[in-house]
Design a protein around this ligand. Sequence first.
Ligand SMILES: [Mn+2]
Length: 338
Amino acid sequence: MSHNIYYRKTMIEFNKIKSIFDTHSSFIITSHVNPDADAIGSELALCYYLKSLGKSVRIINFSETPAYLNFLDEENLIEHFKETLHAEAILKSEVILVVDLNQLSRTMEMEKHIRKSKAALMCIDHHENTEKFSEDLFVDIEYTSTGEIVYELLASDSSYKMDYKAALNLYAAIMTDTGSFKYDRTSSRTHRIAAHLLELGVNPRETHNKIYDQGSKGKLQLLGRALSSFSCEGNGKIGIMTITKKDIGETKTVEADIDGFINHCLTVSGVVIAIFFVEIEDGIKISFRSIGNIPVNKLAGEFGGGGHFNASGARFPNGKLDEIKLKVIEAAKKYIIE
Ligand SMILES: [Mn+2]
């Protein structure tokens, strides 16, 4: 199959990435704290590729791989950062390749070692507002995912034969970061890439199931509570859900189980702003989502938070849930375009 007909016009110079790969022999790949499928999938696909070029490669992450993503790392290549084990390796590596992050601080304790290292530091990513932590930032925010960039990088090397393992990882990366192929940046090209990955043996049903359908009973019960709490404000344009500490305790769940719940607010006709209040150990966490031209990053900014135009968040370290809700909902009403 020829890939070049699917090429996008990107600012990313794949040739430059390739020449860094060609002129060095030892690589450390890392990504952000609490890695998602885009982080893990991109790291592993790059690792397989670099190994195929005869390079020595280690993947070292600050966080352990979440259990639901272990199936991506068949050979257990990903190492969990420990200063005593890895500080020296980071210092001595020729190249440090960070993926799927725009701030080096997202590598947590690894950051200081990376900054101290004389390694060539490079980054492949698709987030906005990249910190200029390296000369070699390969960033394009038009991409759905880091996985999609990595796919095109690998496909641009005509002597590389992508196999099932790499395809599975890139499919998981792209599927999750596109919300299963529905977010705005999803393009015909994204689907063509996915088609090629299926041709390499990826099973879409099975992959989706492994990532999304392995939740606990408590998680489903927690979702039930979140859905029951749903209410509207601002003439039905603001959808609100709330989870309390009691809800989390009684369902024996953790904060991370709430991921994705907020999207249910936007399934209600007329709702254009979603607000999700979660009572956590140390305060109140608020997530915002919006549809269309409503900058919820600005709304979050009113409360010391931030994020993307259509997806953002803020935290209150203390305060009463009811009072904070009133304040935030009042602020949100200003963003409704009548
Ligand atoms: Mn990503």
